[in-house]
Design a protein around this ligand. Structure first.
Ligand code: HEM
Length: 141
């Protein structure tokens, strides 16, 4: 990611944070519309709580973009826990699509093509690290 893209992600995330309750709702609505088969994975989750966790971890990841190496171990551990939740590699693409659709709906005109590309780059980095860690876990079992 370029420094400009890091700034764009940081700025747009700051704009989403005050509307995070709405954003969480949009995200899960979009996610389950894209793939209703994902619902059972969240059967045990309190969805309000789940939304808060997702936002908190996104804040952590966005905050770490300037120094990505520092957050890699935590992201890898998160990915390994996700294997246990039944998450498979194809799900990462669906979540990425739902995330971009949420930002588009939440930010409106502020979600320019440049901001979209910056988020795609950030999500690509994040999911790449997670998929590699999840693959390593798969190989162990
Ligand atoms: C790519 C970035 C992602 C981030 C930052 C993220 C973040 C989180 C966090 C923070 C939790 C709380 C539990 C924990 O910390 O282990 C969680 C749980 C969970 N996530 Fe994710 N997640 C991501 C991707 C995904 C994907 C691709 C799926 C697939 C649909 C998914 C499905 C779930 C499920 C099913 C749970 C457990 C719900 C429960 O039973 O409580 N996540 N996620």
């Amino acid at each position: 990611m370029t420094p400009k893209q890091v700034s764009l992600v940081e700025e747009s995330f700051r704009a989403v944070f005050p509307i995070r309750d709405v954003a969480q709702e949009i995200f899960y609505r979009r996610l389950f519309a894209l793939d209703p088969a994902l619902r059972p994975l969240f059967a045990r989750a309190d969805m309000a709580d789940q939304g808060k966790k997702l936002m908190a971890s996104l804040a952590f990841v966005v905050g770490g973009l300037k120094n990505a190496n520092a957050i890699v171990p935590a992201v890898e551990a998160l990915a390994r826990r996700h294997v246990g939740y039944g998450v498979t590699s194809g799900h990462y693409r669906t979540v990425g699509t739902a995330l971009v659709a949420t930002l588009e709906e939440g930010l409106g005109d502020a979600f320019t093509a440049e901001v979209r590309d910056a988020w795609l780059a950030a999500y690509g980095l994040l999911s790449g690290v997670m998929l590699a860690a999840a693959g390593a876990e798969d190989a162990l079992v």
